[in-house]
Design a protein around this ligand. Structure first.
Ligand SMILES: [Cu+2]
Length: 251
C-alpha cells in the first residue's frame, strides 16, 4: 500500500510540476533569486520522481517438502490484489500424450477456454477418463488414435486416469490467474516483471491432500526491489502414480 501511495504522491507531484512552471516565471519576473533556487532544486527532485516509473521486480517461489527437499510439479499462480496483469493469450489446444504406459506430461496448465487432446502413442489401448465436476469425459483410444478436443472452460483441477492401467494419471490445472508456472526438479519458480503491489501466491501439487484449497501466501512487491523470495513447505502424500485410486480424482 505504501508503494501505491508513493505512486499516487508522485502523480500529484507531476501535476504540481505544471503549476510550478508558472511559479518559476513569476519568480524570474520578480527577481527573487532565493525562491528561484529552491524552486529549481524542487523541480529537479520532482523530475527525477516523474521520469522514474515503478520498476518491475521478480518473484522467486521455492517449493520444498517437509524434509526441505525441492518439489517438482508444483503449480504456482500469482494474483495481484488490485487486479490487472499481462494480456491474456488467445485460447490454446494442448496435447497429453500416452507413452510407455504413462500420461505425458504428468501435469499441464490450462486457462479457461483452452482445449486438451489425448493422444495414444503406445501400441496398446488406453481407456482415458475423468470424473472431475469441472470436466468429466471417458473414451477408449486405440494405438496412434487421438481424442476429440475437450474444452476446459472452468477453473479447477481435472484428474485424468486410465481404466486399464491404474498407475496412469495426469492432472490438468485450469486457472485464470494472470501468472501461472510450474516447478521442475529444482522446486523453484520465478515470475518475472511484477509491478509494485500486493499479490496472493498460490501453490498446488498433485500430492497435496485432495479436495483442499491451494496453499496461499501474500507478498508485497516493492518498486525497484529486484527479487522477492517466498518459500512454501508442502506436506505430501505418496506419489499417486504408484498407487492410483479414486481418492486422487476427488476434485
Ligand atoms: Cu492405459
Amino acid at each position: 500500500m505504501a508503494v501505491l501511495g508513493m505512486r499516487a504522491a508522485a502523480t500529484g507531484m507531476v501535476l504540481g510540476w505544471h503549476g510550478a512552471t508558472a511559479a518559476v516565471r513569476d519568480a524570474m519576473v520578480a527577481g527573487r533569486s532565493r525562491d528561484m533556487r529552491s524552486i529549481l532544486v524542487g523541480l529537479a527532485v520532482l523530475e527525477l520522481l516523474a521520469v522514474q516509473p515503478a520498476r518491475a521486480a521478480d518473484l522467486v517461489v521455492k517449493v520444498s517438502d517437509d524434509q526441505g527437499r525441492p518439489v517438482a510439479d508444483a503449480v504456482v499462480t500469482v494474483l495481484p490484489r488490485s487486479g490487472g496483469g499481462p494480456q491474456r493469450p488467445p485460447p490454446e489446444r494442448r496435447t497429453i500424450d500416452q507413452k510407455n504406459l504413462m500420461f505425458v506430461p504428468y501435469i499441464e496448465v490450462f486457462r479457461p477456454g483452452d482445449q486438451v487432446v489425448f493422444r495414444n502413442s503406445d501400441s496398446t489401448r488406453h481407456h482415458v477418463y475423468s470424473f472431475s465436476p469441472i470436466k468429466a469425459f471417458e473414451f477408449v483410444l486405440a494405438p496412434v488414435e487421438s481424442s476429440q478436443p475437450q474444452l476446459l472452460d472452468k477453473p479447477g483441477v481435472v484428474a485424468v486416469g486410465c481404466n486399464i492401467h491404474d498407475h496412469m494419471i495426469s492432472y490438468l490445472y485450469v486457472s485464470d490467474a494472470p501468472w501461472i508456472a510450474h516447478s521442475g526438479a529444482s522446486g523453484v519458480v520465478t515470475i518475472h516483471g511484477l509491478a509494485a503491489g500486493t499479490y496472493d501466491v498460490r501453490v498446488w501439487q498433485p500430492r497435496l491432500r485432495p479436495g483442499r484449497p491451494d496453499l496461499v501466501q501474500s507478498t508485497t512487491i516493492v518498486a525497484g526491489s529486484g527479487t522477492t523470495g517466498l518459500a512454501f513447505a508442502l506436506k505430501l502424500l505418496p506419489d499417486p502414480r504408484l498407487q492410483f485410486d479414486r481418492e486422487h480424482t476427488n476434485y
